[in-house]
Design a protein around this ligand. Structure first.
Ligand SMILES: *[C@@H]1O[C@H](CO)[C@@H](O)[C@H](O)[C@H]1NC(C)=O
Ligand SMILES: *[C@@H]1O[C@H](CO)[C@@H](O)[C@H](O)[C@H]1NC(C)=O
Ligand SMILES: *[C@@H]1O[C@H](CO)[C@@H](O)[C@H](O)[C@H]1NC(C)=O
Length: 221
């Protein structure tokens, strides 16, 4: 069920689903763009409405970090690429040639209404290049890690929003705040977490591990 999440999510915002059974780019569908890949066979090939086409929430972006803290480890978390692996957000190099995680997938996603619970504004990303498959991005309730997963995972373990952008549209916010931190899960491996208690994750029992404040910046794709 490659398109499960997309199908449900897309339906919730009335995005044309004309090509969900072909290999058309999911992002293309969600943005209402055809990207020249539409299967010629679809009988339900609708033109996206102007509204869908122009909705800036549906524009695809990736996520990089920025860190202003004066800290000996600042360089490890400043100007990094957010990659999805192991169910979580990790930091890796911006240059694909220099990335250390072979199993990492650079964030490529957009905002989409989460169709359950309070229906907050959600955030989705592809989790691999081909075939395109979207997952929800959510905050793990227990330990404040930013995680990704399908509907079940997001409902069971997470808080799926509200995600949003800062006033200048350049930064990502969660629950209205930019309280993101990078936490050194193991030496050299940095996880993105949300500092919900504003205490550099101390209440999340991270122990002696390094925690640095970062911002998550949108870079349009
Ligand atoms: C169109 O449909 C035909 C038969 O239903 C099928 O053989 C063909 O592969 C389809 N083409 C595309 C582009 O999906
Ligand atoms: C939080 O929980 C998730 C899911 O169990 C796990 O993958 C992740 O490593 C945990 N985060 C931390 C910081 O322990
Ligand atoms: C959702 O993800 C969980 C793992 O988090 C997996 O066990 C489950 O099979 C998935 N469900 C669907 C419908 O893909």
């Amino acid at each position: 069920m490659v398109f499960g999440v997309v199908g449900i999510a897309a339906a919730a915002v009335a995005i044309p689903l004309a090509a969900t059974s072909s290999s058309t780019s999911v992002i293309g569908i969600a943005q209402g763009t055809n990207a020249g890949q539409q299967s010629g066979n679809s009988t339900q090939n609708q033109e996206p409405s102007e509204e869908d086409k122009n909705d800036p929430r549906l524009k695809k972006f990736t996520v990089r970090t920025h860190c202003d803290e004066e800290h000996p480890l600042r360089e490890a978390v400043d100007e990094k690429q957010v990659v999805l692996r192991n169910g979580k957000f990790y930091l890796d190099e911006v240059d694909p040639e220099r990335r250390k995680y072979k199993d990492g997938h650079a964030f490529a996603g957009f905002y989409l209404e989460y169709p359950w619970l309070e229906k907050p504004l959600g955030l989705v990303s592809t989790i691999k290049p081909e075939p395109p498959e979207l997952n929800w991005i959510f905050l793990n309730k227990k330990n404040l890690s930013i995680c990704y997963g399908n509907k079940t995972a997001s409902l069971e373990h997470g808080i799926a929003g509200p995600w949003d952008w800062t006033e200048d549209m350049e930064g990502i916010t969660f629950a209205g705040e930019e309280s993101f931190v990078a936490m050194e899960e193991s030496p050299g491996d940095w996880l993105v977490c949300y500092d919900a208690m504003d205490d550099m994750l101390q209440s999340a029992n991270v122990g002696e591990r390094a925690v640095l404040a970062i911002s998550l910046d949108r870079v349009m794709l």
